[in-house]
Design a protein. Structure first.
Length: 212
């Protein structure tokens, strides 16, 4: 397809789930900065140590670090025919930095979900620290309670999914990330899609929004 997409939305809006579905349908990779950073934390790298405290507090990694990670990842051969960015840009400064290094997009999808629904979703989210798989105790439960279907690892409630942290992350999203909708809307790239309902229905709405 060759599509280059950004997925925008509040924490817990379903970006990771939709990115995985779109990746399968379009045969292009998903670049999740969150997964990259969490892997760095698990490995105990310098980058991981740097961002651990920030993520635990619901804050974001520095822009220059994010742009470096994204640029290096998009330079790999599997991104030659398109990609999906999940979790970046999160600020106007990041968007402008991506422009400056020549990273361009065909569409920017904004998943629209009310804050109340976000808080309910994230309280039930569970992740596998071993392989990064994500579940929800109500909507996408694992086959065995508390156990990852993919690798058998123990599922956990991430620190950044705790209620007070979720509230903080939503405040940051509205202040720092939501303005990107206007930034990309003025360029004619923004496609707003309702992020509530069945996963397949949301995916279909995104496909329609990008003309597929």
């Amino acid at each position: 397809m060759g599509l280059k997409l950004i997925l925008l939305g509040a924490p817990g809006a379903g970006k990771g789930t939709q990115a995985a579905e779109l990746s399968k349908r379009l045969n292009i990779p998903t670049i999740s900065t969150g997964n990259i950073l969490r892997q760095a934390i698990k490995d105990g790298t310098e980058v991981g140590l740097q961002v651990k405290a920030l993520m635990d507090a619901g804050k974001f990694a520095p822009d220059d670090l994010i742009i470096q990670i994204v640029s290096e990842r998009l330079a790999r051969s599997d991104c030659r025919n398109g990609y999906i960015l999940d979790g970046v840009p999160r600020t106007l400064a990041q968007a402008e930095a991506l422009d400056k290094v020549g990273i361009v997009f065909d569409h920017v999808i904004s998943l629209e979900v009310p804050d109340r629904d976000i808080e309910e979703r994230m309280g039930g989210r569970r992740v596998c620290p071993a392989c990064g798989a994500t579940y929800h105790i109500q909507t996408i439960p694992p086959k065995q309670d508390g156990i990852c279907d993919s690798c058998g690892g123990a599922l956990i409630l991430r620190a950044d999914d705790a209620p007070q942290t979720v509230h903080s992350r939503l405040e940051v999203y509205h202040a720092q990330t939501e303005p990107l909708k206007d930034y990309y809307g003025k360029r004619g790239l923004l496609r707003e899609v309702a992020g509530t309902g069945a996963i397949d229905s949301i995916t279909a709405a995104i496909m329609e929004a990008v003309g597929l």
